[in-house]
Each structure stands twice: as C-alpha cells, then as structure tokens.
Design a protein around this ligand. Structure first.
Ligand code: ACO
Length: 428
C-alpha cells in the first residue's frame, strides 16, 4: 500500500506520510522535514511542485482538461447555471435551493450601497489610471468604511462580510468604468438579477432607458462562471496568504486584485487583445508573430497561450471559443480580430514548438473578443476577470480561515555574503 515516502540524505533515511485527495492526487507530507533533518528544507520556485493547502473547493486536472467547482463540471455549470448560483456553491459547498438563492440575493442587495464618500476617492484618480489600480484601491478602502473586523468563528459575521462584498464590488467595478468614461455614477436596480444589474450599472446611459440584451447577459453569466475559481493560482494564493496573517477579507481581496493585474495572469486578456490589434495593424501576418514567439532572443510571447496547470487543453477555452462565435454572430459583429485569433490558434496547434511544450489557448485567448463585442473597454477586461473571480477568492479565504491555517511564511536558501565586518564610509 502506497502510504509513505522515503528520503535519503547522506547516511540518514527519513519517512514521510503521503496524503491522498478524493480524486487520488498524492502529496508527500513534509511538515516534519525541517525538524527531523536538522534544518533541511525543499526549494521550489514558482511552487510548481508544491501544494500550499488542502482544499475542497475546485478540482482541476491539467492533463485531462478537467475543471470542477465543488464537484460540478464546468461545462454543466456554464451551460445550465447562473453566476450567483455558482458563487453560492463555491462559497457554501452546494448549489442553492431556490429559497436559499433568493435569500442570498436579497441579502446581497440589502448590502450593496457604497458609502458616498468612496466617490471622493474615485474622483481623486487621474482619468489615465488603470482600472485595476483603482479597483484594488477602492476595495482596500472598503475596509476603512467598514472597520469592524470579521469574527470568523461567527457564521453570521462571516455571512455578513460575504454578502457585503458581493453587493458592493460590482458597484465599484461599474463606477470604475463609468468614471473613466465620464458617465454619472449610478446604482442599477434592486428588481434585477445579479448579472442583469451589473450590466445596467455598467452600460446604462444617462439619457436613455437601458434594455437588457439576453444574448449579452447569457454570455456575461458564462464568462463570470468560467472565471469564478481556479484553485491555487497566483491571485488566489495571494488572497489566502494575505488572509493568513488575519488581515481582513477586503484587504485580502485587494491584494488578490493586484496579483491578478499582471499580464502573466489576469492581465493576459488585455494583453491578448492588444497583441491581436498589433498583429492586425501590422498587416495580419500571423506567421511573423508565431516566429517571434518561438525566438528565444525575442521576449514576445503569444499571449493567451500556455498555462501553468493545463498541459492538454483549457476546458474553459473550448466553452469560450463557442460563446465568442455565438455572441459575435447574434450581435452581428464582424470582428477581424476573431479571424486573426482563429488563425493563430490553428497554426499553433500544429506547430512543434507549441505542441512539444503543450501550449494551448487558455481562457483569456477568446474572452477579450467577447468583452469587446459587449462594448467593454480593453482596460476593463481584467476588471471583468476580477468580478468573476470574486466568489472564488471569497470561498478560498473562508476555507483558509475556517481550517485555521497557519500564517504563510515560506523559507529560503540564503545565497548572499557570509558574515563580514562593517567598514566606515571613508574606508570603503
Ligand atoms: N508563447 C511562447 N512561448 C511560451 C509561451 C507563450 N505564450 N508560454 C510558455 N512558453 C514557452 C516558454 O518560453 C518555455 O520554453 P522553454 O522550455 O524553451 O524555455 C516553455 O514554454 C515553458 O514555459 P514556462 O514559462 O516555464 O511555463 P509556466 O508554466 O511557468 O508559465 C504561463 C505559464 C505564465 C501562463 C505562460 O505560458 C505564459 O506566459 N503565457 C502567456 C501569458 C498568458 O496567457 N497568461 C494567462 C494564463 S491563464 C490565467 O492566468 C487565467
């Protein structure tokens, strides 16, 4: 029976237990390593082989292209569920009954008003500020406007903090976009569904009634669901590690937003669109850019390709590619960028460089095309990702606190100067 791992260091042998997950994933439990070996640690930059926690939220198998939230396959959720149901399942463990969902939505709506003084902070940002910087700052500012800390041992307290952020965050997202567009800040309507209300808050013009386009609404629901969680990625790990110091939920989320901003993570959806635009401006020569991506002396990467975990196909990319076709067709948008994207994908899928390295399109390769068709500015794409990821971050933060995980504090191997004496400035 496979239940132990043996490690030999010099003459000494050590035994470590194995931990097995419900999907038969195996980890060597090295909690006792440093103590048992008199100071030996493991090193794993980028944590490519390191599990930071045990988690019951999301399962993904990068080799088989499987993604499930709380056991529910992403394909079924994207097809049949709405975003708020998925958020509930991620945060509380199971899909809600209709009563649970109604109550959840009502509670979220009751907490959705943002202190009007937050507008003053928003006003202070220059028009040129990136929306992700604004969103991260405003989310952090919510801590100041809601100073009482969450007692994680109280279910009621925890629930209140969760509905509060789910209510206020979309308002911050919409205001961030509207401020940049010079539009008045609004509040949507309590009579609408969660995603419908997000659309109204984002897109409503001051001089006309806003009508929900159901194609756009369905596509947005789908996009938010596809982005809702992805286990221990960079931003989620950030949320968990910041929260592990017992920093509050809003502060932890604000840190997660900053982590998501980077072009190697959530910022990729903006980078993809900018790359596709640049290729179009340059005459649409996809082969030239394929060659650049493969050239080790060129820092250019094919944005939207490759994934730390998916070494087969990102299941979200499949769903999103189909959705992009549907949305563009039904909205009657003829976007040449989509053709360039399809061309790049086709070439990459048969190019040995990409095939050998198992580089497939990821979720963000097509999401920007849909966002653009919806009328969302490129700079807002990563904000939309954050909006989708919010329930995942909340669920992961909650799990981390309820599991009473210790503060995240990695070790290092020191490679600097060994001890040397101070020399006074005139003798240096
Ligand atoms: N274009 C060209 N080459 C690539 C790409 C790419 N997009 N991605 C990886 N490679 C190459 C690397 O140069 C490396 O080649 P080598 O073995 O010859 O040195 C090899 O593939 C492995 O790449 P790593 O960077 O080691 O893979 P890692 O797992 O660390 O990185 C990442 C994954 C960051 C996603 C990477 O593929 C990348 O930069 N992709 C583009 C950015 C992107 O789309 N990010 C979004 C990720 S999805 C998300 O966050 C929602």
């Amino acid at each position: 029976m496979l239940d132990k791992a043996n490690l030999k260091i010099g003459e000494n042998s050590y035994e470590f237990p194995l931990i097995k997950g419900t999907e038969d994933e195996v980890a060597i439990d090295i909690k006792s390593l440093r103590g048992a070996t008199n100071g030996v640690i493991t090193i794993d930059p980028g944590f490519k082989n390191t599990g930071s926690c045990e988690s019951a939220i999301t399962f993904l198998d990068g080799e088989k292209g499987i993604l499930r939230y709380r056991g529910y396959p992403i394909e079924q959720l994207a097809e049949k569920a709405v975003f708020l149901e998925v958020a509930y399942a991620l945060i509380f463990g199971n899909l809600p009954t209709s009563e649970q969902l109604d109550k959840f939505h009502t509670d979220i709506k009751s907490k959705s008003v943002v202190d009007d003084d937050v507008k003053k902070i928003l006003d202070a940002f220059p028009k040129t500020a990136h929306p992700m910087g604004i969103l991260s700052s405003l989310t952090s500012a919510l801590t100041a406007f809601n100073p009482s800390s969450v007692n994680v041992d109280s279910e009621e307290d925890m629930y209140r903090a969760i509905v509060k952020i789910l209510g206020k965050f979309p308002v911050l997202v919409a205001w961030t976009m509207r401020k940049k567009q010079g539009l008045p800040l609004n509040y949507g309507s309590k009579s609408l569904g969660y995603v419908e209300n997000i659309m109204k808050m984002m897109f409503e013009q001051p001089n006309e009634d806003y009508e929900i386009n159901t194609i756009v609404k369905d596509a947005l629901d789908k996009l938010l669901i596809l982005h809702a969680d992805h286990e221990q990625n960079c931003s989620t790990s950030t949320v968990r590690i910041v929260g592990s110091s017992h920093a509050g939920l809003f502060a932890s989320l604000s840190a997660g937003i900053s982590a998501l901003w980077g072009p190697l993570h959530g910022g990729a959806n903006q980078a993809v669109l900018e790359m596709l635009e640049a290729i179009k401006e340059d005459g649409g020569d996809t082969k030239k850019y394929m060659a650049k991506a493969k050239d080790k002396n060129d820092s250019f990467r094919l944005m939207g390709f490759g994934h730390r975990v998916y070494k087969n196909f990102d299941p979200r990319a499949k769903i999103i590619k189909k959705a992009a076709d549907e949305v563009l067709n039904s909205l009657g948008v003829d976007d040449p960028i989509l053709e360039i994207a399809k061309g790049l994908e086709k070439e990459a899928l048969k190019d040995p460089y990409f095939v050998d390295r198992k580089l497939y399109p990821n979720v963000d390769f097509y999401s920007g095309i849909i966002y653009r068709a919806m009328g969302i500015p490129v700079e807002m794409f990563t904000v939309m990702f954050a909006l989708g990821r919010l329930p995942g971050w909340i669920a992961q933060w909650k799990e981390m606190r309820l599991n009473k995980e210790p503060i995240g504090r990695p070790r290092q191997i020191y490679t600097g100067q060994t001890e040397r004496s101070f020399t006074s400035i005139e003798n240096r």
